[in-house]
Design a protein around this ligand. Structure first.
Ligand code: FAD
Length: 522
């Protein structure tokens, strides 16, 4: 299913583009004549015309494979120089794991950020260690490199084959965010190519407005070419635990207890299973509990269950050298005794830190082997204020969803007091809010050949309609809207600032057109 092309404010919904548009010769020669260390390509544009969501196909005219920050700046300056004589826009593309075309530039130039290999991953040890990386670097490579020094970034996403520039343009949220804030809170400095082609270094102290604009800024203000990420000590191992609840109130009470507790777990997430009988088989895609027999015998009997997923980091030498009362696994027992999960449903395992962090990649390999990775992903990510989570869960998990056989539904709270309020990220206005992520895959039915995509999209719409009808102050994460009116409503009283910053750093609105927030000036 291919849909939607950016319009001015209202966007059409049934238009598809499958073939590249012919490049006007004068524009082509203008781009071709650029003095680049890398190269520009006009032939392989189909590689940058889709994303992980797999619902939009919008080919660019050209792909820049930069070797240096100067290549990126040169390209942006040329497009600015061409001004309204061309419709060219620019999108930085990490790994294209966006969902609704956010990393695409229809008839524009896509910058393949992975080609930008400088700087090499450079680790600085010391009291406050950090790592300098290119904006196109993937988090898994950073982890592998920092682990060699016993160090690690502190805040993660569930999946590590995403790029630094891609997650910092959104937020980067996972089970560590209650403790350290999202990834955008763990950045010390950035190098940016603005929408005017200027190369600027920014941080909390230097060009701070640009720094905060770019973090969570959906690629609207500049292209992140380098990032300095804060590091902390890396543990060797993790104790990985899953426990089940049948009562949503008990589940969310325990989650909230854990994220506000000092010296508690290092990671807190959770998920919902609606009307599934193969609950534990599903777990095995990445989680192999020690008690695999007990786990395989557990039956959900088609009920809605809530699974709390928690992790405690530890180091292997602590087992022998540290007094027992300080040994984290004993602390884990103590923490578990404060929770009210169904007693027979405690499943756990101990795995190396890197194996835990890279867990979704294992599922990816299995899905790719079955041809089920490159299917449409009608995902919906919502941030729900704590005051409305019970009402939301009651309606959505009992009435709107009849099953979650199409993919996981994550649900976990975060503690906003740890989050920096100056970034461009929009969140609900309460100290605690929940991330609720519906992550289905639209898989063709092998018998009929038809896909359940339309059904899943309608289900998403029913969830959104319910929030709107009950005035739940929901905010979309990885937001997607069709009109500027909806974007204004998303930003609320921060819209004016967002628009003003756009005017300052990207006055022609050439950057990240796939979000459809602003239209290039013509
Ligand atoms: P892209 O999709 O290529 O780009 C995303 C946006 O950022 C685009 O607008 C693009 O133009 C812009 N951009 C890319 N690079 C740069 C740059 N260098 N400078 C400026 N702008 C840039 N997110 C979470 O927060 N938590 C999760 O746990 C999580 N899990 C995920 C699991 C899977 C399997 C997938 C597919 C995605 C997941 N995500 C998660 C979402 C992820 O954060 C987004 O997909 C994000 O867009 C990063 O993907 P990417 O690096 O491929 O960026």
């Amino acid at each position: 299913v291919l849909s939607c092309i950016p319009g001015r404010t209202n966007l059409c919904s049934n238009h598809s583009v499958t073939t590249p548009i012919d490049l006007p010769p004068d524009i082509r020669s203008s781009l071709d004549s650029l003095d680049l260390e890398g190269y520009i390509s006009f032939n392989d544009v189909h590689n940058a015309s889709k994303d992980f969501g797999n619902r939009y196909q919008l080919p660019p005219l050209a792909i820049l494979h930069p070797r240096s920050v100067s290549d990126i700046s040169t390209m942006v300056r040329r497009i600015v120089h061409l001004g309204s004589t061309s419709n060219l826009t620019v999108a930085a593309r990490g790994h294209g794991h966006s969902l609704q075309g956010q990393a695409l530039a229809h008839q524009g130039v896509v910058i393949n950020m992975e080609s930008l290999r400088s700087p090499d991953i450079k680790i600085h040890k010391g009291k406050q260690p950090y790592v300098d990386v290119s904006g196109g670097e993937s988090w898994i490579n950073i982890l592998r490199e920092t682990l060699k020094y016993g160090l690690s970034p502190k805040s993660w996403t569930d999946y590590l084959h995403l790029t630094v520039g891609g997650t910092l343009s959104n937020a980067g949220i996972s089970g560590q965010a209650f403790k350290y804030g999202p990834q955008i809170n763990n950045v010390c400095q950035l190098e940016i190519v603005t929408g005017k082609g200027e190369v600027m270094t920014c941080s909390e102290k230097q060009n701070s407005e640009l720094f905060y604009s770019v973090l969570g800024g959906l690629g609207q203000f500049g292209i992140i070419t380098r990032a300095r990420i804060a590091l902390g000590p890396a543990p060797h191992m993790v104790k990985w635990i899953r426990v089940l609840y049948s009562d949503f109130s008990a589940f969310s009470r325990d989650q909230e207890h854990l994220i506000t507790k000092k010296n508690g777990f290092d990671y807190v997430e959770g998920f919902v299973t609606v009307n599934r009988t193969d609950l534990l088989d599903n777990w095995r895609s990445s989680f192999s509990p020690n008690d695999s027999i007990g786990a395989s015998q557990f039956k959900s009997e088609g009920k809605t269950l809530y699974c709390l997923e928690i992790v405690k980091y530890f180091n292997t030498e602590e087992v022998n050298s540290v007094p027992q009362e300080r040994f984290p696994l004993q602390e884990t027992e103590k923490l578990l005794s404060e929770l009210s999960y169904i007693p027979s449903t405690l499943f756990s395992s101990e795995v190396p830190y890197i194996e835990f962090l890279d867990r979704v990649h294992i599922a990816e390999i299995k899905l790719r082997a079955k041809g089920l990775w490159e299917v449409p992903h009608p995902w919906l990510n919502l941030l729900i204020p704590k005051s409305s989570i019970f009402e939301f869960a009651t309606e959505v998990f009992n009435n709107i969803l009849t099953s979650n056989n199409n993919g996981p539904i994550l649900i976990y709270p975060v503690n906003q007091s740890k989050w920096n309020k100056h970034t461009s990220l929009i969140t609900p206005d309460e100290d605690i809010f929940y991330l609720v992520a519906f992550l289905p895959s639209a898989v063709p039915n092998p018998n009929s050949g038809t896909s359940n995509l339309e059904y899943l999209l309608r289900q998403n719409q029913r969830v959104l309609n319910f929030c709107s009808a009950t005035n739940i102050n929901v905010k979309q994460y990885l937001p997607h809207y069709e009109t500027q009116r909806e974007w204004r409503s998303h930003f609320g009283n921060r819209w004016e600032t967002f628009a003003k910053r756009k005017h300052t750093y990207d006055p022609l609105a050439i950057l990240a057109p796939g979000h459809r927030i602003f239209q290039k000036a013509t």
